[in-house]
Write a new protein. Structure first.
Length: 144
């Protein structure tokens, strides 16, 4: 394998820096109520690794690989943490399942976010236009 080909599959420095700042902010948010620097640092490190893994998957596989990863994590979370509360279990499983399905459909058909960057604008007022755009986006994986 060519070394330059391998480097292009990894996130660039700017992306790593942005993810590090984002993970640091998550750590600060968890530090404020808990006042435990150790747990905040562990959470920030876990978020950083997760974000880099998703970025690497999106770079190597395709733009919607992140949807599959986040959807899978949401299903696992709903199944392990929300199982005693049925509404949370159903909502988490449905949202995670939709993300996985959406990601797989877009990856299967070779669509990227750049190709899908058309505006979700519809006729109507602000509220009805937003609702129509949301429904259209939710139905998008079924139309592929």
């Amino acid at each position: 394998m060519d070394e330059t080909a391998f480097r292009t599959r990894l996130p660039d420095r700017e992306q790593v820096r942005r993810r590090l700042v984002g993970a640091g902010l998550v750590g600060v948010i968890f530090y404020v109520p808990d006042q435990s620097l150790g747990s905040a640092a562990v959470i920030a490190a876990m978020v950083f690794v997760l974000l880099l893994a998703i970025d690497t998957a999106e770079t190597a596989i395709g733009d919607y690989a992140g949807n599959v990863a986040v959807g899978g994590l949401l299903i696992v979370f709903a199944g392990t943490v929300m199982w005693p509360w049925l509404p949370g279990l159903l909502a988490g499983t449905a949202a995670g399942g939709w993300l996985v399905f959406d990601g797989i459909q877009h990856l299967r058909h070779g669509e990227s976010r750049a190709e899908y960057a058309h505006l979700q604008a519809h006729d109507g007022g602000a509220l009805s236009g937003v609702l129509r755009a949301l429904v259209r986006r939710l139905l998008e994986p079924f139309r592929l």
